[in-house]
Design a protein around this ligand. Structure first.
Ligand SMILES: NC(=O)c1ccc[n+]([C@@H]2O[C@H](COP(=O)([O-])OP(=O)(O)OC[C@H]3O[C@@H](n4cnc5c(N)ncnc54)[C@H](O)[C@@H]3O)[C@@H](O)[C@H]2O)c1
Length: 354
């Protein structure tokens, strides 16, 4: 019998395209989606001990990095492919692009393939704001947003939706980036203040977010810029040789991380000794360790992005697209009538008409 070109159900895997992801955001509402995503991410941090954990597998080059981020909760396996190339932006490309997959652990079959460039911006912002909810000073209303690139509006709106900030002070070495960010945030219920230096941006801010991209150890915040009582959400230092904060800030702060074996390689604390003390954020979320100790403490989330956050984001998308039509069914998995007759399936396939 000639194998038809129509794949069976077992061959098909739902694929969420960039277009579908954007439609999903509009359908749910961006701030609602950030809140819901933060809930999924926080729930998975509560289940931290269940997950397979490994520092991400990185392939470095002179211009950037390509990484795989796998994890599993024992029932579902997930991974994300992600790159980081700071020079891309000048060439009209994204600094960060990504896609990811979920699979059933019991038979290894993929159950979702999704774009994750947009989803990474959402999950990074949702994670930042969820962590800030635990660590930022009470009543924080103003955030300095340093680095006004692709992540910046998502970061700002997540801090509004989840932590209740009402003002964002913008700074970027490229004034076009600040103008873009300010224009995009107009009408979203935030007071937006474009600034002319990092020093000006942090004036009166209780949350300082650094989200710049440069393949070097930069000093976006120097030690003397950071006063007591603030929360620093450090996003851009996420690769060996790529940091944003003066080491003096780390010595004065309570430092909170996702997964120490990865953060010691990639985060701000790569500048510190191997045994530099850190608190794992899951321990704060589950109440095992205190978060902010007092109103004067500087808290620092040394964010690098961990695989469980992507797993949570993919889980969320899988739940949300069900029954919406917001996915294509991809003919991804070969499904011969006889599982052992893969060759026969190929042989019987009708040649495509030329
Ligand atoms: N921690 C995480 O989970 C996570 C997730 C996603 C991205 N990131 C990192 O966040 C950073 C930003 O990502 P993006 O997609 O927004 O990049 P992007 O290239 O779109 O934007 C970066 C911005 O930083 C600005 N910038 C560079 N040097 C600066 C400086 N010294 N002072 C002020 N602004 C400066 C650039 O002009 C640009 O507008 C990247 O380093 C990326 O690797 C981290």
């Amino acid at each position: 019998m000639t194998q038809t070109s129509h794949p069976s159900d077992k061959a098909l895997v739902p694929f969420v395209s960039v277009d579908h992801m954007m439609q999903l955001i509009h359908r749910i509402g961006l701030e609602q989606m950030l809140r819901e995503l933060a809930g999924y991410i926080e729930d998975d941090f509560r289940r931290w001990e269940l997950f397979d954990k490994t520092p991400r597998v990185a392939s470095h080059s002179a211009e950037g990095v390509i990484e795989l981020m796998p994890t599993s909760d024992g029932e579902v396996y997930g991974f994300k492919y992600v790159n980081g190339h700071p020079k891309n932006m000048k060439e009209g490309l994204q600094t960060v692009t990504a896609f990811g997959l979920l699979a059933n652990v019991d038979n290894g079959y993929p159950v979702l393939l999704s774009e994750m460039t947009i989803l990474t911006a959402l999950r990074t912002a949702a994670t930042s704001a969820m962590v800030a909810k635990h660590l930022a000073p009470k009543g924080a209303r103003t955030m300095a947003m340093i680095g006004n690139g692709a992540q910046s509006e998502f970061q700002s709106l997540a801090m509004k939706a989840i932590c209740g900030i009402d003002t964002v002070r913008l700074w970027d070495i490229d004034s076009k980036a600040t103008a873009k960010c300010a224009a995009n945030l107009a009408g979203h219920g935030l007071r937006v203040v474009p600034c002319t230096s990092a020093e000006q941006a942090i004036e009166g801010a209780q949350i300082l977010t650094t989200c710049t991209a440069d393949k070097q150890c930069a000093t976006i915040l120097s030690d003397n810029m950071v006063g007591p009582g603030v929360h620093i959400n450090a996003i851009g230092g996420d690769c060996p040789g790529k940091t944003e904060l003066a080491p003096g800030i780390l010595s004065r702060a309570g430092v909170f991380v996702e997964y120490p074996p990865q953060t010691r390689i990639e985060g701000e604390i790569q500048q510190m000794p191997e045994d530099f003390p850190v608190t794992e954020i899951w321990e704060v979320i589950t109440g095992r360790k205190p978060g902010r100790r007092n109103a004067e403490q500087i808290t620092l989330f040394d964010s690098v992005g961990f695989a469980t956050e992507d797993f949570s984001a993919l889980r969320y998308v899988r739940d949300k697209v069900k029954g919406t039509g917001l996915s294509h069914m991809l003919d991804l998995l070969a499904d011969p009538d006889d599982p052992r007759d893969l060759f026969g399936m190929v042989q019987r396939a009708a040649p495509a008409e030329m």
